[in-house]
Design a protein around this ligand. Structure first.
Ligand code: FAD
Length: 484
């Protein structure tokens, strides 16, 4: 592994044939072979001669959870925008998932969603997502990445630090986890940090004399307990997926039931501000019984568990502002959870990683058109990517402020947004047009500004947003919106 690195080198856009058009002697290294790293690699393969992904875990050819992604054992819903971007990167991916056992679920008519004291309407929105476990999704993406001939995925290989010259990162120092392996320096024209929440980039930049990026921390102390259950073919629930979310500030407890591959249900119970579910059977059931509607409790009471429950504690939303650093080395890009990590309850991480990859593609395409150097392209990415983080960050950090135990500086305008969304949530139980617009924004299909579209704004300002009383989900699914 020996590549030459020259500052100011350029990449060329791959035309129809990726391998022949991409410049053969350019090399990009990606740290981390999880969702953000895999999606970024797919983009880089169109512009660089070789892309090497270093992943510290052993990567088996299966959908088993692994140590480097402990969150993989927990519910991972993918918003429609993320799924669409993944499908664009890997045409046919959605069909492969469904063929392998993912469940197709319509976001509004198939979901029974209790939130802020009301059941959302069950009308079709045409937004179809797939439900599967996180390792299953990652495995399918990984398989597709491994079919791209100029990508090398090196597993069981730990990236220990950057290799650097004054002014730029020139590669990485790696060490295989196989017995007796020594450290090795791998040169690269571009290094992409997709190593997740525990990213070592802030510390390393400090050691290299650049200082650390400013950081926002919204401490929310969320706890999860997750368990898989049998999903017999003849079960007859009036929903395909079920969410029971709390009414803040007093309600802090959430429950989710999603269908996943292998004819199983994944059930997650969680709580904000330290109100975490226990892990033992009786404690779990009690926690489920304390949710604001009884449906998950009755489901769990009657269902057959396949696994013990596993826990996860998520302390804080974290966002690093690399774009504000006065000095930043060339040859380095940070994306995915390394850059911004959200309260997982809102399910935004994978879609945001897909948006990061899309931004990377746009920056590379523009840079190639203008004949920019790799460093100039990386710099443009650093300045542009925060714009796409703004909406999901506001959503997560702002929403978390509804609970008084949350610590941190709320984004500007949080009090107004939380008042507004409180009314929107109430209206989603009565107004199909408000519901569909809300779900389109939540799925990141539409810009957040659409939540102020007159079809939402008018009822928010004029109709009383009364909160109903919790009861068991017995709502019939209407055939279409137009019937209402
Ligand atoms: C409990 C929980 C539930 C979640 N639920 C959802 C959800 O419902 N929907 C959603 O969209 N998102 C969810 N997320 C977020 C989602 O998991 C991440 O946003 C997504 O995986 C993208 O993260 P990433 O690829 O940047 O980092 P990670 O997934 O954390 O992956 C980092 C990778 O880098 C590797 N690595 C780390 N350091 C090194 C190193 N030095 N050398 C080599 N390899 C290294 C790790 O082994 C790992 O493979 C959830 C997160 C949590 C914690």
């Amino acid at each position: 592994m020996n590549h030459h690195t020259v500052p100011g080198r350029r990449v060329v856009r791959a035309a129809a044939d990726t391998e022949t058009a991409a410049r053969r002697d350019t090399h990009a290294v990606v740290i981390g072979g999880s969702i953000a790293g895999l999606l970024a690699s797919r983009v880089l393969a169109d512009f660089f001669g070789t892309v090497t992904i270093f992943e510290k875990d052993h990567l088996a050819d299966n959908a088993e959870p692994r140590a480097g992604v402990p969150q993989g054992r927990h519910v991972h819903s993918i918003w429609k925008r993320g799924l669409t971007l993944m499908e664009e990167s890997f045409p046919g991916l959605t069909a492969e998932l469904v063929e392998g056992g993912s469940a197709e679920v319509e976001m509004t008519s198939d979901f029974a969603w209790y939130h802020r004291g009301v059941w959302k309407l069950r009308v079709p929105s045409g937004i179809l997502i797939t439900c599967q476990t996180r390792p299953f999704l990652e495995w399918h993406i990984r398989r597709r990445v491994c079919q791209i001939s100029n990508i090398r995925l090196v597993d069981q290989c730990h990236v220990k630090r950057f290799a650097a010259d004054p002014g730029r990162v020139t590669g990485v120092v790696v060490q295989s986890r196989r017995a007796g392996a020594a450290e090795e320096t791998v040169a690269a024209d571009l290094v992409v940090d997709a190593s997740g929440r525990g990213s070592g980039t802030p510390r390393q930049l400090d050691e290299l004399g650049y200082g650390q990026p400013a950081m926002s921390v919204i401490d929310v102390d969320v706890g999860y307990a997750t368990r898989l259950y049998d999903r017999p073919p003849r079960e007859d629930h009036p929903w395909k997926a079920l969410i029971i979310a709390p009414t803040p500030p007093h309600g802090k407890r959430l429950g989710v039931v999603f269908p996943v591959e292998g004819q199983r249900w994944i059930v997650m119970l969680g709580g904000w501000n330290g109100d975490h579910p226990p892990r033992d059977d009786d404690g779990l059931l009690e926690f489920a019984r304390s949710l604001e509607a009884p449906d998950i409790y009755t489901f769990m009471r009657d269902a057959v568990p396949l696994t013990p429950s596993v826990g996860y504690r998520f302390r804080a939303n974290t966002r690093r502002y690399y774009e504000r650093m006065q000095r930043f080395p060339g040859g380095l890009i940070v994306l995915g959870d390394s850059l911004c990590s959200f309260n997982p309850i809102y399910g935004q991480g994978m879609t945001t990683s897909a948006l990061d990859a899309m931004t990377l593609r746009q920056c590379l395409e523009r840079g190639v058109r203008k004949g920019d150097s790799i460093d100039a392209i990386a710099n443009r990415f650093r300045k542009r990517v925060p714009r796409r983080l703004e909406a999901p960050w506001r959503m997560a950090a702002g929403e978390d402020m509804n609970w008084p135990g949350t610590q941190g500086d709320p984004p500007f305008g949080t009090a107004f947004m939380n008042w507004y969304f409180g009314r929107v949530h109430a209206l989603t139980a009565r107004d199909p047009r408000v519901l569909v617009q809300f779900v389109r924004v939540a799925n990141m299909i539409d810009s957040p500004a659409r939540i102020f579209h007159p079809r939402v704004l008018a009822p928010v300002l004029t109709r009383s947003a009364r909160v109903g009383r919790p009861r068991l989900m017995r709502q019939k699914v209407p055939a279409s919106i137009t019937k209402r």
